[in-house]
Write a protein that binds this ligand. Structure first.
Ligand code: ASP
Length: 301
């Protein structure tokens, strides 16, 4: 098989506001990832880097600019997975971590665990010199207003209305020149989340999955639906057992999501051949890609 590389990233599914500047950011980040892959970087380094850059951009619901919890705090979730050996790392409900995806990577590389949560994960971060930031770094005026409006409408559901629901979660999937696949996902979760709620994003198999035999997957959407569908692993299983393309697998998985749990959200996929796939049940999804070393694209839809 000819050596090639591909990359796909997303900035969430839903009705995406402020499209132009989000699309510009997505394009720039894909360009950076593309340059890394072209020069031979591993898919794992590239998905971590792309998600880190998305976390640093306050337009997306991950890292800086994340949605607020019921108490007005930022609690972050992230995961990363390596397709060549199925190693994975994840963190949930962490406070003050500048780049949760890097902490997830650290959990994968430097601990014997896969998934750390809350205070324990923060303690691990401290011990491993992971960067912290104070609350004002994470909290934007738009997110304060969003929480206020959500509370006003007395929604214990986790965003304004179904129609307006935005999932600005971020993710990346990549195939590198050595044929290795990797995936990463990062989020602030859903607006007004309460009681330590955690969605699919940090759950390996639900919001993130990578296996060199099949594909790499990152999800965005209403986490409860994605957990119940074990969505990312479902996409991988469809490819494994049905031998279909990344695009067909994405569409079949979203069909199942709708039929079984009336699920809301989307998936991005890169398969072992470097082909990409995407599908969503929301109004839109913001994404960018480079397929087999070709042209860099950034799109809404
Ligand atoms: N999946 C995320 C969650 O439920 C939200 C999102 O995709 O924006 O926490």
């Amino acid at each position: 098989m000819k050596k090639t590389y591909s990359l796909m990233i997303h900035g969430g599914a839903g009705s995406v506001a402020n499209k132009t500047s989000s699309l510009e950011s997505i394009k720039k980040i894909v360009e950076k990832g593309e340059a890394m892959l072209r020069k031979g970087a591993s898919s794992l380094d590239v998905v971590e880097k792309c998600v880190m850059l998305l976390e640093n951009d306050p337009q997306f619901n991950a890292g800086r600019g994340s949605v607020l919890t019921h108490e007005g705090k930022v609690e972050l979730d992230a995961s990363i997975m390596n397709g060549s050996d199925l190693r994975a790392g994840a963190v949930a409900g962490v406070v003050g971590i500048k780049n949760p995806v890097t902490l997830a990577r650290e959990v994968m590389d430097k601990s014997e665990f896969v998934f750390l949560v809350g205070k324990g994960a923060e303690k691990f971060a401290l011990a491993n010199n992971i960067a912290f930031e104070k609350p004002p770094y994470f909290i934007t005026p738009q997110r304060k207003e969003q929480l206020m409006n959500t509370k006003k409408s007395n929604h214990m559901t986790l965003d304004h209305t179904i129609k307006d629901r935005k999932f600005g979660t971020v993710g990346a999937v990549a195939l590198d020149l050595k044929g290795n696949l990797a995936a990463a996902t990062s989020t602030g979760g859903l607006v007004n989340k309460n009681y330590g709620r955690v969605g699919d994003s940090p759950i390996i198999g639900a919001g993130c999955y990578a296996d060199n035999e099949t594909c790499a997957v990152s999800c965005t959407g209403y986490g409860e639906h994605f957990i119940r569908m074990v969505m990312a692993k479902t996409v991988s299983d469809i490819i494994l057992y049905k031998k279909v393309s990344a695009q067909t697998a994405s569409e079949l998985a979203i069909k199942m999501l709708i039929n079984k749990v009336k699920g809301l959200g989307g998936v991005i996929v890169v398969d072992k051949y470097g082909k990409i796939g995407k599908a969503y049940s929301t109004e839109g999804m913001i994404w960018g890609s480079v397929v087999k070393g070709g042209e860099v694209k950034a799109m809404l839809g």
